[in-house]
Design a binder for this molecule. Structure first.
Ligand SMILES: [Zn+2]
Length: 157
């Protein structure tokens, strides 16, 4: 069986997050990443995101995730296939920006109410702002989580 970039593309996030259990598939992905520059570039980008998420160590408010799920749900109602919706959303910068915007609103409210500034917390806030690019990428991961839920049937329309 030969595999192509499309297959890798579909599996890459799962691979990066060690969610693939099938050794044969893991091996195939490894081999492909050795020979395909394009996929390897993508792989390295995902790894970078993963590392950065670990670094910033913040919990994203459930409201943000929920808002985004609602957005996707709405599209599902528009009778698109789930996969098409996910793919479209992943590469839809507009939606990603919307999420970042929503996050910022919540963040500012949160900061206003709760973070009565110790130095440490200021530091954390600064870090979040510095990592705003990463936030855009995080929504990509969140969508994959959402997609997984659809696959597992843990999603009711
Ligand atoms: Zn490839």
């Amino acid at each position: 069986m030969s595999i192509d970039c499309k297959f890798i593309e579909e599996k890459l996030i799962e691979y990066v997050y060690d969610e693939i259990t099938d050794n044969y598939t893991i091996e195939e992905i490894k081999q492909h990443l050795k020979i395909c520059f394009k996929c390897r570039e993508k792989y390295e980008a995902y790894i970078k995101i993963k590392e950065n998420i670990k670094k910033i160590d913040i919990n994203f408010p459930e409201e943000v995730w929920d808002l985004h799920r609602q957005e996707i749900k709405k599209k599902l109602y528009e009778r698109k296939t789930a996969i098409a919706v996910i793919k479209e959303t992943i590469f839809n910068l507009f939606n990603i920006k919307k999420i970042v915007f929503a996050f910022l609103i919540i963040l500012f409210a949160f900061v206003g109410i709760q973070f009565v500034k110790t130095n440490q917390e200021n530091e954390k806030y600064k870090k979040i702002i510095e990592n705003i690019d990463i936030l855009e990428n995080i929504s990509v991961i969140e969508q994959l989580d959402f997609y997984t839920k659809i696959k597992e049937g843990d999603f009711n329309l």
